[in-house]
Structures are given as C-alpha cells and as structure tokens.
Design a protein around this ligand. Structure first.
Ligand code: SF4
Ligand code: SF4
Length: 261
C-alpha cells in the first residue's frame, strides 16, 4: 500500500484497512495528559492545499513559505519532490505551543487525520479511477497517545467531517492522481529535470505558477475561460486546480487541457 496522508514517525501502523464506516473510540482535548506529545519527532508531508492555507495565513508568497518553513525530499517511489514541514532544533513542530497548535485552523491534513492515516492500493495497480473510487484508512496507535482510552466513539466519516477534511480531498485530488500515477511510480518513466521543476511549481509554488501563466505563452497555447483567468489572479485554489490539470496533461498526456486552434 502507499500512505497518502499521515503524520509519519517510526510509528506502529495498525495493518487493518478500515472503511469510512469503521467505528473507533478516540478523543483528543486540552486536558488530556499526553496533550501535544504527538507534535514532535515526526515527518509531516504537506499537500498543495496545505501550503496555500499556511502561506496565506502568514501572508507570504508560496516561495517565501517554502523557503522558511519546509524541506524538499525526492521519494524513491515517485522520484518527484515532496514537501515536508521543517521541525525546530528540538525536533518539535515549530507551530506547537503550551496551548496547542498555533495554526489550528490551517493545520495540515496529516494533523487533521491523526490518529489515522490514509492509504491507497499499491501504485503499480493504481489508476486514476482507483483514486476517485476512494482510499482506505488505518489507525496509528502510539504508546504515548491516550486519546484511545477516552469514552467517545465515532466512525471515520464523522471524524472527517469534524476535522473539515472534505475540502482538502476535493482540492488535492488531482495531486493525488499525479503522485500515484503508475507511469512515475514504477520503472516506466524517470522524470527529467524539466518535469520535476514543472511538478514543483505547479503543485507547491503557486505564485510562481501564476507568474508563469501570465508571463509565458501559456494562455495563447491553452484554451482557458476568461472568467477563470480573472479569478486565479486573486484565488490560489483556482490557480492550483488549473496547475494540476496542466501537469496531468503535460506529464501524463491526460485529456485535461484544450489547445487553442
Ligand atoms: S490524545 Fe493523542 S492526538 Fe491528542 S494530544 Fe494526546 S497524543 Fe496527541
Ligand atoms: S501543525 Fe499543529 S497539529 Fe500539526 S504537528 Fe504542528 S502543532 Fe501539531
């Protein structure tokens, strides 16, 4: 299986695949003895929408945010850049305080899912349709986490609603298709430097992507509705959706863009 979203530590992942209806006992709250213990010594991979939420919260450009708060890693599986949140020198998340997460409203999706992760079928067997059909979930049971002893029960669907996850899924869905595309996940294609750069800009550096659209031949090459062009000037999510369609077209020849005749 491939993990898509999870707070990654050397953590004990329960191998049982769960569906949205699976019920579990868990509650996290400020009064709990382990409060904040889960916010350190871990890898938090960011999705494109996580980056947009955080860079706008800090009133930064995507370039400034990436430089100040993240590290880039190339995964062996996809050979594509993934973005990790930089931890502090003490290995704690730089956004944690005694009162909890200081960016709670804009915390990344992995933090929203925790103590759960999301996976999908092995990428060799994964097509765009599999991703659209849905993923499965797994529990991350860490010794320090006492939330499992609390007397509050819900199913995964209810947890997702409570954590406001649906918007993230909707906006990130084409990014998930890109990172799980078997042409790059297997040995079929090794992305060249240009493809890696395009992927980075389109997925993570949205302000550079906007500059690229308005300062290159992009708009004379591709048919893009004028209303959408206007909207993306002020709306990063609109720009991201276009960027991901462009990457699916340019890297995998999916029919997601129309050429101007
Ligand atoms: S209950 Fe679990 S998720 Fe909540 S603060 Fe404790 S360790 Fe973190
Ligand atoms: S972003 Fe917030 S919730 Fe996530 S690890 Fe950092 S402090 Fe914890």
């Amino acid at each position: 299986m491939d993990e898509i979203f999870s707070k990654i530590r050397k953590n004990p992942i329960d191998p049982i695949r769960l569906t949205e209806n699976a019920r579990f006992k868990f509650k996290c709250h400020k009064g709990i003895a382990c409060f904040n213990k889960c916010c350190g010594d871990l890898d938090i991979f960011l999705t494109p929408y996580d980056i947009i939420r955080m860079k706008n919260r800090f009133n930064q450009t995507s370039g400034q945010f990436l430089l100040e708060h993240t590290e880039q890693v190339i995964t062996e599986k996809t050979l594509l850049p993934m973005i990790k949140l930089k931890m502090g020198e003490d290995k704690r998340c730089r956004f944690v305080s005694a009162d909890g997460c200081t960016i709670y409203k804009d915390r990344p999706i992995s933090c929203r899912y925790y103590p759960m992760g999301v996976g999908t079928l092995d990428s060799k067997d994964t097509t765009s349709k599999d991703v659209e059909r849905g993923n499965f979930y797994f529990m991350i049971k860490e010794d320090h986490c006492m939330g499992f002893n609390e007397n509050s029960e819900q199913n995964i669907m209810e947890w997702r609603v409570d954590q406001e996850i649906a918007d993230y899924d909707e906006i990130n869905k084409d990014w998930v298709k890109l990172i799980l595309n078997r042409k790059m996940s297997g040995s079929e294609v090794t992305p060249d430097e240009k493809s890696v750069r395009m992927f980075f800009i389109g997925c993570y550096d949205i302000d550079s992507f906007k500059n690229f659209v308005f300062e290159s031949k992009f708009l004379s090459l591709f048919k893009v509705e004028s209303e959408l062009i206007e909207r993306m000037k002020t709306d990063d999510v609109t720009a991201l959706k276009l960027a991901l369609k462009w990457l699916l077209y340019a890297l995998f020849r999916e029919p997601t863009m129309n050429l101007n005749k």
